[in-house]
Design a protein around this ligand. Structure first.
Ligand code: NAG
Ligand code: NAG
Length: 396
């Protein structure tokens, strides 16, 4: 017995040694790769870190691994906008050569070889790379919390900034257009500039896949938030025909590249959303936003306005005479909980509405993975709400 155990220990140590060596050599070669790219910049070819050829999660991991290197790069007098990391990443993606050149476009640089997955990037704006990281991992749904702020360019006007907490708002660099809507507009313009139908979306290999853009209303004055959202931030996307809409004449959804979903404290009232009840906010018989409804309580849903419903994990468990504590303690959902929650999900889906369950605990990891599996496989919920993108994409 003892000798067997000793042999086992030797084997384990041996494996650890091999793994360490392998990971070392991988790091070194990546590092060489990146520094040779940098050398080329120094040669004065004009293209810092040109077209690396890595996309998706690999690109993100390359930047992450060399964060110090990337961030300490001498950028002259260029001031920091969002962060050195974000600014460097964005500079890499967006440069002159990508204009009207779909193969060199931001969409190609970021999402070529990336398979879109039904994942919702919860608190997306909180990541070190808002929007970009989600798209790189193929998440088809992102969420931005918006607040009304004084417009930094014009103190007479208001604007919308993206932040989690009202006390920490950078209205200059973290505005809704700087982090989301302007970037999406540029990205879509690049890939559609030679296309008659203008129907290419943000995923290179799956141009027809729509991106759900959740706008979470945080400020008290939700009418003003709505009016700013429509007139200032969404209008440019709408004018280019990039947003999905409900056709008020044909009574059906028309899917485009970006599908806007209002969540949080939004005005759940067609007098505000449509303003002109017969012809819609822009008087063109189209409704360019959809309203999030609830999985548990569908009574508040206005007919034909919703494509996404959500409820929290704990609310659903309580609606099923259980609790979050019970489920976490057990480490999985039991048969009764599954049957009950599944019926809530199916009822929502029967109305043509997709479902998202939020508030699934982030810890312990094994339990999280079990819950995710049960939510996707057993409950057949449509969109998985996650904080950890990389871990979640391995599920699909
Ligand atoms: C958007 O669609 C409308 C109606 O189909 C069309 O008239 C208009 O030219 C399109 N706009 C652009 C920028 O393609
Ligand atoms: C909702 O859509 C259906 C067709 O799918 C239509 O018959 C009905 O009139 C619509 N209701 C409203 C309020 O638009």
């Amino acid at each position: 017995m003892i000798s067997l155990r000793a042999w086992f220990m030797v084997l384990v140590l041996y494996l650890i040694a091999i793994c360490t060596l392998l990971s070392r050599s991988a790091t070194n070669s990546d590092f060489l790769f990146l520094s040779s790219v940098d050398k080329r910049d120094l040669d004065g070819t004009g293209h810092r870190m040109d077209h690396l050829g890595l996309t998706g999660g690999k690109l993100i991991r390359l930047f992450e691994k060399h964060l110090v290197h990337v961030a300490s790069k001498d950028r002259g007098d260029v001031p920091i906008k969002v962060s050195r990391y974000y600014d460097a990443f964005k500079d890499y993606l967006f440069d002159e050569s990508s204009k009207c050149n779909p193969v060199r476009s931001v969409v190609a640089r970021l999402t070529r070889d990336v398979e879109p997955v039904p994942i919702h990037s919860h608190n997306d704006y909180w990541r070190s790379l808002p929007l970009f990281e989600a798209l790189a991992y193929g998440a088809t749904s992102v969420e931005a919390d918006v607040w009304i702020v004084k417009d930094p360019q014009d103190s007479q006007k208001n604007a919308l900034a993206v932040a989690h907490n009202e006390n920490y708002i950078d209205s200059v660099h973290q505005s809704l257009d700087n982090l989301y809507t302007d970037l999406l507009l540029q990205m879509l313009n690049e890939v559609n500039c030679q296309d008659e139908d203008r129907s290419h979306g943000v995923f290179f290999d799956s141009p027809e896949t729509t991106l759900f853009l959740f706008i979470d209303f945080k400020s008290q004055d939700n009418r003003e938030t709505y009016s700013l959202l429509m007139n200032r931030y969404l209008k440019p996307l709408i004018d280019q025909n990039y947003t999905s809409y409900y056709d008020m004449n044909q009574h059906k959804m028309v899917w485009r590249q970006i599908t806007v979903v209002l969540t949080g404290d939004f005005p759940n009232d067609l007098d505000v959303v449509d303003e002109d009840l017969d012809h819609g906010y822009f008087h063109d018989d189209k409704r360019y936003v959809t309203l999030e409804s609830s999985i548990i309580d569908q009574s508040t849903m206005i007919p034909n306005t919703s494509v996404m419903a959500a409820s929290s994990f704990s609310e659903m468990l309580e609606g099923c005479h259980s609790s979050l504590a019970n489920a976490v303690w057990r480490g999985r959902l039991d048969h009764q909980e599954i049957t009950c929650m599944k019926s809530m999900i199916s009822k929502t889906q029967q109305n043509g509405v997709r479902t998202r369950i939020w508030g699934v605990p982030n810890w312990p990891r094994r339990t999280v993975k079990t819950f995710w599996r049960q939510i996707v496989d057993d409950l057949q919920s449509d969109v998985l709400n996650v904080d950890k993108l990389r871990l979640a994409t391995r599920r699909f």
